[in-house]
Design a binder for this molecule. Structure first.
Ligand code: FES
Length: 111
């Protein structure tokens, strides 16, 4: 049996008129050396749910902070944090949620 991670993700779309929900995915881990949380999010987006919104920019250099989220109730940079077998992914705290894991980091219009 292949190893998987159980990943629960905060989902929120302000345009659908519903409140926030959580969705759980089973993500394969076998053969993925040095898998990061961002790799896991990318996998979900590419293979399980193309509607998931998240941010990344520099990807692995840790200079942009675009990927900042909450992992199991702690703030992390997803591109710098190893994945785990059980993950709860939520948007960065103290910022307005635009959609899913995407928050508004600054005062301004990022439409
Ligand atoms: S994507 Fe830039 S710090 Fe993670």
């Amino acid at each position: 049996m292949s190893e998987t991670a159980r990943v629960t993700v905060f989902r929120f779309d302000p345009t659908d008129g519903k409140g926030p929900t959580y969705q759980t995915y089973e993500v394969p881990r076998e053969g993925w050396e040095n898998l990061t949380v961002l790799d896991t999010i990318r996998y979900i987006y590419a293979h399980l749910d193309g509607g998931l919104s998240f941010r990344e920019s520099c990807r692995t250099k840790a200079i942009c902070s675009a990927c900042m989220i909450m992992l199991n109730k702690k703030t992390v940079l997803a591109c710098q944090t190893p994945s785990r077998k059980e993950m709860l992914l939520e948007p960065a705290p103290s910022y307005p949620v635009i959609k899913d894991l995407v928050v508004r980091f600054y005062r301004g219009n990022d439409e």
